[in-house]
Design a protein around this ligand. Structure first.
Ligand SMILES: [Zn+2]
Length: 224
């Protein structure tokens, strides 16, 4: 008598096999290998709107390009500001990322927020800042009181429509990211962002990267 019947294969095993076969089929269809995945750590930073740029750095001032970021058109600027939290604690040398945006926004890791005295910083996707805490921002030419816009950026993956088809996901879905190694972590809520200009890469903050020892491992897997 056969020791294994089909009924003994778990549903998850079947799903894994089906997924693998489907991916191989898709890959062959496009003649493409699995897209190469990079994971990048975003340190705390700020995005500024035109109006706040005027107040912080002077009327008509522009951001100065320092180095490119992985997503096309985005860059780290030379300009930095100081952020002051609710109990007068501050973080200086907060880097500004360009280009300018419609709304100013500060992205901090939990550790940064707690250091500033913001213990309940909400986890949000970039741009979704309604009802989030504010802060005082000090620049070389002036001060801005942000009414809202201080967030912990939700871990997310950027991808092109082709890459989304490869993974079988769409904009707004959530995926899992497994980081191996001695301090391995699986992130269960990686937001999928799809756009024709995007290249495949995951953005996490410094707390997330430090928790999983990201810089010490090459074992990275993104899946549904
Ligand atoms: Zn990103």
């Amino acid at each position: 008598m056969a020791s294994t019947s089909i009924a003994n294969i778990s549903r998850s095993t079947v799903e894994a096999i089906v997924r693998q076969v489907a991916l191989e089929y898709l890959g062959r269809q496009k003649g493409a290998a699995a897209p190469s995945l990079t994971v990048q750590t975003s340190s705390r930073h700020m995005h500024v709107c035109r109006e706040d740029m005027n107040l912080l750095f002077g009327p008509g001032s522009e951001l100065t390009f320092d180095r490119p970021l992985h997503q096309e058109g985005n860059f780290a600027a030379k300009e930095t500001v100081t952020i002051v939290g609710p109990r007068s604690r501050l973080i200086s040398n907060l880097r500004i990322l360009g280009p300018m945006r419609k709304q100013s926004q500060v992205e901090l890791a939990f550790t940064d927020a707690i250091m500033l005295g913001i213990n309940d910083i909400p986890v949000r996707l970039s741009g979704d800042i309604a009802g989030t805490p504010g802060a005082v921002i000090i620049g070389p030419k002036g001060v801005v009181e942000l009414k809202e816009g201080v967030i912990r950026a939700a871990i997310h993956v950027h991808m092109s429509p082709t890459e989304a088809a490869y993974f079988g996901v769409k904009h707004g879905d959530k995926m899992k990211l497994r980081i191996g190694g001695q301090a391995g972590v699986t992130f269960n809520c990686v937001h999928v962002r799809v756009d024709a200009t995007f290249r495949l890469n995951v953005h996490m903050d410094t707390d997330e990267a430090n928790a999983c020892g990201l810089h010490l491992t090459k074992e990275i897997e993104l899946f549904k």
